[in-house]
Ligand binder design. Sequence first.
Ligand code: SF4
Ligand code: SF4
Length: 369
Amino acid sequence: MQIIDRESIEILFKALSTKGFDLIGPTVRNGAIIYDHLDSVSQMPVGWTDRQMAGNYRIVRKDNGALFGYVVGPHSWKNFLYPSIQSLWQAKRNGNSFEIIEEEKKVPKFAFIGVRPCDLKAISVHDRVFLEGDFIEPGYKSRRKGLFIIAVNCTEPGGSCFCASMNCGPSVSGSEPFDLALTEVLEKDRHYFVVQTGSEQGKALMQEIPHRPAEKIEIDKGKALLKQAALSMGRVLDTENIKELLYQNLEHPRWEDTARRCLSCANCTMVCPTCFCSTTEDVTDLTGDHAERRRRWDSCFSLDFSYIHGGYIRATVKARYRQWMTHKLASWMDQFGTSGCVGCGRCITWCPVGIDITEEVQAIRGNTA
Ligand code: SF4
Ligand code: SF4
């Protein structure tokens, strides 16, 4: 373990920029902490934190100077690795026919700043989905290849968080992919980061940043903060036999109850860092001279998503909510060998009617509040 001081974070930014990385990290926009391109530490939400609960999100001042004193907002890193709209091909009219436009696609080289352990796990879930098996997703592969990840352990979980229940946080496990992992420590007269290196690339970058070996007292301080964070999660999800529980309760009356509240708006799937359903659409310009096929995010909550041969497989909201939750917590394990939920809590916070996945599981267990 190493220590870098708060002042050295700017040097870290510069070192990454000099290596040609496009820095992506947290910033305040439209009343939320989102991820966007960063040029300097001053663009980060210094002195801001977030308050989250079911159907509710607010940012508030917390003037302690923390760089990472908040949890996760409506964006996740899939916005960059698997953008919401991607052009698959374009064509232009050439007389009576069309010809494909050869595009030289510039592959961005991202450095993600401040990836929370739950989101790190979500990236590794997407790695399995998009990079393993018979079908590789070329766009994801090219973006993922050059990625530099600076993870940040969570010392202050939010009101909707339950990563500890999912074994996805609040600290990085070491088995997930990261280059550097930071634990932010604020003391009365000191502000520093305990740094763990996770790759050769991470080790090399550390050589360009002023640092020193961590003392035991500093490592222990970081560990104590993480231990406390694990005990102060806003939510808990009982995962015992969860796959069997959901498979055995496909006709539980709770699905009907949830469907009466659910707007089928798809917010939960848009903000979820692991959801990746998409559709393709063909568009032309008004002259008809230019055509494009695009892929865009879709959702199992859209009616059209399950349309085949003149009918909808999941015509009711009940069927769609049940599909989403059962996929996340049960059938994802059969499909990809891991849960589809990392406990980030976004679906709880950003659901306009405050439907809470942890509460739904409890209700199906027969423990309704
Ligand atoms: S299902 Fe909800 S809590 Fe789980 S990863 Fe998706 S958004 Fe986060
Ligand atoms: S659970 Fe909430 S966020 Fe998800 S579709 Fe229903 S109303 Fe929208």
